[in-house]
Unconditional design. Structure first.
Length: 337
C-alpha cells in the first residue's frame, strides 16, 4: 500500500511537471509566432517597396497574406497531426476575432475612414471567401475535393486583387511624385534588398517553429485537461495566431493609415478562409467538419463589420465598442458549442 501511494505521488508530480512543460511550450510558441511573424511581414513589405510593387499589393496582399501565415501553418500542422478541432477552430476563431475584437480595438484608438472602392471590392470579396469556407466546412467538410475548390478560389481571388492593384498603379505613382515634389524624406536605404529577403526568410522559419510549438503544446494541454480541441483552437490558438494582425492594425492606426487596417483584417480573413481551408483539406487524412453555430457566428461577424463600414464609409469609436462587446458576448456561447 505505501509503495502504491508513493508511486501515485510520483506519477502526480511527473504529471504536473509534464503539464508545466506543455504550457511553457505553448506560451513559447505564441511568443515566437508573434515575433517571427512581425519580422516576416516587415521584411516582405520592405522588399515590396524596394521592388516598387504597388502599395495596394503591400497593404492587402503582402501584409494580409503575411499576417495569415501563422493560421495556415498552425492549422496545417494540426490537421496533419489529426487535431482537426484545433485546425478548424483556429481558422473560425481567428476570422471572428479579426472583425470583432481587433477591428473594434483599432476603431477605439481612432475612427477608421474607408475609401468607397474598398467597400465595393476588397470587403465583399473577403465576405464571400468567409461564406464559402463556412458553407463548405459545414455541408461537405474540408477534404481533398473541397480543399481543391478553396485553393482554386484563392488563386482567383489573388488574381483579382493583383488586377485591381495594377489598375491603381497610376494613382500610386502620382502619389510618389507628389511626395517627391513636397520634399518628403524617403526611407533611408541603409538595408540592402538581400537583408530584407533574409529577414523575411528567417521570419518564416520562426513562424514554422512557433507553429509547431503551439500546436504540440495546445493539443497536449487539451488532452491532459480533457478540454475539447475545438475550444482550445478557438481561444488559445486563434488568439495567438491573430497577434500579427493585432500588432499590424494598431501600428497602422497610430501611423494614420486606416485603409491598411481594413485591408489587413479583411484580407487576412480572405486568405484564412481560402488558403487556410485548402491547407486543412489537403493536410488532413479525413474530412474535417465545423459546427453550424461557429460558422454562423463567423459569417454574421463579417457581415456586421461590412454593414458598419457601408453605413457611413467609416467606423466610429462607438462602432468599435459595439464590435468588442459583440466579441465578448459571443465568446462564452462559442466555448460551450
Amino acid at each position: 500500500m505505501p509503495g502504491s501511494l508513493v508511486g501515485e505521488g510520483y506519477d502526480a508530480v511527473r504529471g504536473e511537471r509534464t503539464m508545466v512543460v506543455e504550457v511553457a511550450g505553448a506560451i513559447a510558441g505564441l511568443v515566437l509566432l508573434a515575433f517571427a511573424a512581425d519580422h516576416l511581414v516587415l521584411g516582405a513589405s520592405r522588399l515590396a517597396r524596394r521592388l516598387r510593387i504597388s502599395p495596394v499589393v503591400v497593404g492587402v496582399v503582402v501584409i494580409g497574406l503575411g499576417t495569415s501565415a501563422p493560421e495556415f501553418l498552425v492549422s496545417g500542422l494540426a490537421a496533419a497531426r489529426g487535431d482537426t478541432g484545433i485546425a478548424v477552430g483556429n481558422i473560425v476563431g481567428s476570422n471572428i476575432l479579426n472583425l470583432t475584437l481587433l477591428l473594434g480595438l483599432a476603431a477605439i484608438i481612432a475612427p477608421i475612414p474607408v475609401a468607397s472602392r474598398v467597400i465595393r471590392r476588397e470587403v465583399p470579396l473577403a465576405f464571400a471567401a468567409v461564406a464559402l469556407f463556412g458553407l463548405l466546412a459545414v455541408v461537405a467538410g474540408l477534404g481533398v475535393l473541397t480543399g481543391g475548390l478553396l485553393a482554386v478560389a484563392g488563386v482567383a481571388a489573388l488574381w483579382l486583387l493583383m488586377r485591381w492593384a495594377r489598375a491603381g498603379r497610376a494613382e500610386a505613382e502620382l502619389a510618389d511624385e507628389v511626395e517627391e515634389f513636397v520634399g518628403r524624406p524617403a526611407e533611408p536605404e541603409r538595408r540592402r534588398t538581400w537583408t530584407e529577403a533574409l529577414r523575411a526568410a528567417l521570419g518564416l522559419l520562426g513562424v514554422l517553429a512557433g507553429a509547431q510549438l503551439l500546436v504540440g503544446g495546445a493539443s497536449a494541454v487539451a488532452a491532459s485537461l480533457g478540454v475539447s480541441q475545438l475550444v482550445i483552437g478557438f481561444t488559445l490558438v486563434a488568439l495567438g495566431t491573430s497577434l500579427p494582425e493585432l500588432v499590424t492594425s494598431v501600428q497602422a492606426q497610430l501611423r494614420g493609415e486606416p485603409d491598411l487596417v481594413v485591408g489587413n483584417l479583411f484580407g487576412s480573413n480572405l486568405f484564412n478562409s481560402l488558403v487556410g481551408g485548402a491547407v486543412i483539406g489537403f493536410a488532413d487524412g479525413a474530412t474535417a467538419y465545423a459546427g453550424a453555430g461557429l460558422v454562423a457566428t463567423m459569417i454574421l461577424s463579417a457581415g456586421l463589420a461590412w454593414l458598419l463600414l457601408i453605413r457611413g464609409l467609416r467606423l466610429t469609436r462607438l462602432d468599435g465598442v459595439l464590435l468588442t462587446v459583440a466579441y465578448a458576448m459571443v465568446s462564452p456561447l462559442l466555448l460551450s458549442a
